[in-house]
Each structure stands twice: as C-alpha cells, then as structure tokens.
Write a protein that binds this ligand. Structure first.
Ligand code: IMP
Ligand code: MG
Length: 191
C-alpha cells in the first residue's frame, strides 16, 4: 500500500508538536472548566482525532455529543451553506458547552453552529479549534481556544481531509500541487 505521507509537499505540524500543544490545551480546559458542567460538542467529521486526543487528557467529568454538520464546498473553501447531518442527542440547556472543530477558515460554519446552539439555551457556549488560518476576516468569529495558527493554505491530516482522504495522517501538511490540481466537483462534504 502506498503511504499518504508521500503525497505531502510540506509538513506544517509534526505529530510531536501536535501532541505537546494538546497537553497544554487540555490543562487549560481542566482549569477553566473546574466546577462547571462541561458538555463537549465536536463537529463531525474533521474534529475526531483532535477531540479523541484532547478528551483523554482532561481528567475531570464531561459529557460528549457529536454534531454532524455538512457544508457545500467548492474546491477548497466553505460556502457557509450548511445543513445538520446529525442533531445533538443530549439536552444542553443550562450546560457549559464547548464546541470543538478542526479548523477555523472563513468562520461561516461556526457562526451557524453558534446561532443554532444558542437557541438551546446553554449556560455558556465556547469554541475550541485545532487550527485557525491566518486570514484577516473570520466572518466576525473568534475561537476561545486555538491549537495552532497556520498560514492560509489548504491543509490535510489529523482529521482534516481532501475529498475525504488524508484524515488518518497523524501530522498536518500541504498536499503536492499535482494532487489538488486533479479535477473536483462542487459536492456536499462532511466537515
Ligand atoms: P469555514 O466554515 O470556512 O470556517 O470552514 C469549514 C470547514 O471547512 C472546516 O471545518 C473544514 O472541515 C473545512 N476546511 C476549511 N479549511 C480546510 C483545510 O485547509 N483543509 C481541510 N478542510 C478545511
Ligand atoms: Mg469541519
């Protein structure tokens, strides 16, 4: 079997760098959510690696409920036209909700998710993203916790996909141009 790693032009974040940063984020969450009633709400599918590593390092009590969100994408950017593919199962009214996502790019997805969860009347609502792209405007959106700020490049690995591949890479990198220049159509995608 060929290795996905060979398709990368550049590694932006190594597995060791990621794991070290997640230790720090988990310690910060453990401090901030002491005496709170934490419900983690990761967004499918891109956040799976991140949330799995994060939550096993938070020793305090928490609940976990995935929200399925899919957005219509062009080649590599979100349109903000999202729909829910899996609703929350837990009641989050009066709970301290922390949404976990893979990447803050345009911010359109998280603006929609914020509006949606706000209608469920959580006690608090915060956002933790693994990556944040260094672009001037995130649709007016700021995350409360950010793993890494990265340049405005399309990246894959550690949960992030290109056409549903590369999520299982343990590092984050940029694909070789010959891979992304192959044809792709506008299709609905799982985030
Ligand atoms: P946003 O709505 O533009 O902030 O981003 C929505 C979703 O687009 C993210 O949750 C990802 O699933 C996807 N996305 C944005 N940038 C990238 C990237 O560089 N690589 C892979 N997926 C991305
Ligand atoms: Mg996503």
């Amino acid at each position: 079997m060929s290795s996905l790693r060979d398709d990368l032009q550049e590694v932006l974040l190594t597995e060791a760098q990621i794991q070290q940063r997640i230790d720090e984020l988990a310690a910060q969450l453990q401090r901030d959510y002491t005496d709170k009633d934490l419900t983690l709400v990761p967004l499918l599918t891109g956040s799976v690696m991140f949330v799995a590593d994060l939550l096993r390092r938070v020793p305090g009590p928490l609940r976990l409920d995935f929200l399925g969100v899919s957005s219509y994408h062009g080649e590599t950017r979100s349109s903000g036209d999202i729909h829910i593919t899996k609703a929350l199962q837990l009641n989050v009214c009066d709970r301290d909700v922390l949404v976990v996502d893979d990447i803050l790019d345009t911010g359109l997805t998280l603006v929609r998710v914020r509006d949606l969860i706000a209608t469920l009347r959580p006690r608090s609502l915060k956002f933790c993203v693994f990556l944040e792209k260094e672009i001037p405007h995130h649709a007016g959106f700021r995350a409360d916790y950010t793993g890494f700020r990265i340049p405005d490049k399309f990246v894959v690995g550690y949960g992030l996909d290109y056409q549903e591949q590369y999520r299982n890479l343990p590092c984050v990198g940029v694909l070789k141009p010959e891979i992304t220049s192959r044809a792709s159509l506008d299709t609905p995608r799982a985030g």
